[in-house]
Write a protein that binds this ligand. Structure first.
Ligand SMILES: NC(=O)c1ccc[n+]([C@@H]2O[C@H](COP(=O)([O-])OP(=O)(O)OC[C@H]3O[C@@H](n4cnc5c(N)ncnc54)[C@H](OP(=O)(O)O)[C@@H]3O)[C@@H](O)[C@H]2O)c1
Length: 361
């Protein structure tokens, strides 16, 4: 097919399994190579998905592989900036796993490289394609909640070594903070629901935040999957962040990122408009005649941290459509960096105790 897009998967770990499946299912893409730190990982991932493609342990060589149009950056987060800049310089379209950039400086460098290359990008704020998110976004666009004035989302987890990314993610240098390494999904959810347009995320203009929690440097760790405790490496940053956001359209937002929750993973949502409210997958709206109880919205909620539960198919299909039709994604690097800026602003608040005006970039 003329418009077939060749894909290089870079970083053959956990999340790459979902990128591979999504690109295998898309009728316009074909995986043409896999690269990773080790050849063994790349080869075993290829074998797992029945892919008879060349494997590399050298990213530059993989980028030069004939027929690569799209690079999926699935490496650990501290490598996303250099991997993205190299792919942009090679003229490839790029899927960037979150978090995209660890610092404001990295964000600027990535932004400049992508602009200069004129390529398409998407950052994996994959929940924008979650079925409940899609339903709620359509309802907001249709006016079922009236004018939205307040949005809340929480990322509630116990970060520990049950999570494969904990080894790097718990460290300041490689994970950054609870909000950066994982809670950015909840910040992005606020931006998504605070904007009325079907393909629009709101612009944050001011942030205030506190960091706290009780976990400190404790080496006693909870495992929410087995509901027991064991010894393990500590977090190098606070386990709790509470972030308030004001958006340019006047909507106010509140996020709690909690890495010390003694409970199973949860992602609660609350949206308030002048015609109705949403509480997770429950709706109360003046548009429903005679309503006397919350209406449950059927479908898949965001209450799982398992990548196989995440709607990567929707994300990749959307991205391929953007490439083929030469249009920008609502979740391109430029947009996604606004979500990251909230994290950097919160970090600034912890140092200064003062609200931070955005944009920072
Ligand atoms: N959007 C989402 O919802 C979502 C969900 C899960 C993860 N993620 C993000 O995806 C990224 C990867 O997470 P993961 O859970 O897949 O991690 P992972 O299982 O540890 O996989 C990372 C892979 O990157 C490879 N790698 C490490 N250092 C490398 C290097 N210097 N050069 C090339 N490859 C290198 C490793 O390769 P080897 O095996 O060859 O050593 C490993 O297979 C993280 O940033 C994470 O935050 C996002």
């Amino acid at each position: 097919m003329d418009n077939n897009q060749g894909v290089l998967i870079h970083g053959a770990g956990w999340v790459s399994t979902q990128h591979i499946q999504a690109f295998q299912n898309n009728p316009h893409t074909e995986i043409v190579a896999i690269s990773s730190r080790t050849l063994e990982s790349a080869q075993s991932r290829a074998a797992e998905f029945d892919l008879d493609v060349p494997c590399y342990d050298d990213y530059e060589k993989a980028l030069a592989h004939p027929g690569v149009d799209i690079v999926s950056v699935c490496t650990p987060q501290h490598l996303h900036p250099e991997n993205t800049i190299a792919a942009a310089k090679a003229g490839k379209h790029i899927v960037i796993e979150k978090p995209a950039a660890m610092t404001l400086e990295d964000a600027r460098a990535m932004h400049d490289a992508v602009k200069e290359a004129g390529i398409k990008t998407i950052v994996s704020f994959v929940l924008r394609w979650n079925p409940l998110f899609r339903t709620l976004k359509s309802m907001i666009a249709e006016g079922d909640l009236g004018r939205v004035y307040s949005v809340e989302a929480d990322y509630l987890s116990y970060a520990g070594d049950w999570w494969a990314g904990f080894g790097l993610g718990r460290q300041r240098e490689y994970g950054g903070s609870a909000a950066l390494v994982a809670g950015c999904h909840a910040i992005d959810a606020l931006r998504w629901f605070a904007a009325p347009g079907e393909e629009e995320a709101a612009k944050p203009v001011e942030v205030f935040a506190y960091a706290g929690g009780l976990r400190g440097q404790s080496t006693s760790q909870y495992n929410p999957l087995s509901n027991d405790w064991h010894e393990g490496d500590p977090l190098e940053y606070p386990g709790l962040e509470l972030i308030l956001i004001r958006f340019s359209n006047g909507v106010l937002g509140k996020v709690s990122v909690n890495f010390e929750c003694i409970q199973p993973y949860a992602f609660p949502l609350r949206i308030f408009g002048d015609k109705g409210s949403v509480r997770d997958n429950k709706l109360w709206s003046r548009t429903i005649p005679g309503q006397n109880d919350w209406q449950e919205i059927p479908g898949i909620t965001p209450d799982s941290s398992d990548v196989s539960h995440h709607p990567f198919q929707g994300q990749m299909d959307h991205f391929v459509d953007c490439i083929l039709n030469d249009r920008e994604s609502h979740c391109n690097l430029e947009d996604a960096l606004r979500t990251h800026e909230v994290v950097y602003a919160a970090q600034r608040c912890y140092e200064t105790g003062q609200p931070v005006k955005l944009p920072l970039l």
